[in-house]
Structures are given as C-alpha cells and as structure tokens.
Design a protein around this ligand. Sequence first.
Ligand code: FES
Length: 138
Amino acid sequence: MKYDKHFFVCQNERSDPSKKSCGKEQAQMMVQALRDSVRAIHSEPTASIRVRAQACACLDACADGPTLVVYPEGVWYGGVQPADAHEIVEAHLGDGSPVRRLQIHRPQANDSMVHPIQANDSMVHRPQANDSIEATKQ
Ligand code: FES
C-alpha cells in the first residue's frame, strides 16, 4: 500500500440542481482542511507516515453528502464540513477509531462495492506532485 492513510473526498457536482451532490468547491475546501490538519497534528518528526487527501468522483452516497471515505479502515463519513477535518484526521492518525457522529455505513470492500478509484477512472483526480502529504507520527 502506497499510503498509510488515504482520504477520498467526493467532488461530484451535478448540473441538475434538484439532485443532491457534494460539490467541487466543498471538496476542495475539505481536502485543504484535511491537509492542514495532518500538518498541524504531525509537525514533530519521530516516525514517517504517508498520508494522502484527494478529491474523487461520486462515492454513491449522495443523499448523505458531502461524503468522504478513509482507507485502509474503509470508514465512511457524511455531512462533513471543513470544520470537521481536524477531528477526523486526529481520529484516523491516532488510534483509528472513527468519528461516530459523522459516520455513515456503507458496504465493505469484500461486498459488491466499487472502490472510488475504479468507479469512473476518467473522473478520478490524478495525483499531482504536491498532493501527497509526508507527515510524521509521534
Ligand atoms: S455526489 Fe457525492 S457521493 Fe454522490
């Protein structure tokens, strides 16, 4: 596995305003908030942890949006706002226990779920040089 923690944030934005979608602007703010939180939490180097936060295509949990999922735990969140980022990062870079108040339940990888990277590859955000966050773990 390339990253120790991988945060995927839905950036899907429908042209039909009558259908709920998470939205590009929301996703960009959330991804930035996640990255800022990782840097804030792991500013003192002791051991390296590879973390990535990125936008992705629709996670097929639109009614619960804005949504994000964290791997390798496979924990899903709904109704997330940038103000929630610090709590989510702290939980997953800490003991890995989910933030229950934001958690939504989705199928696990061994069910018939399609991983977001595979859902629609042409819509998936491609990694950029500055996307990855090399942080440290205490
Ligand atoms: S629009 Fe975000 S989960 Fe579908």
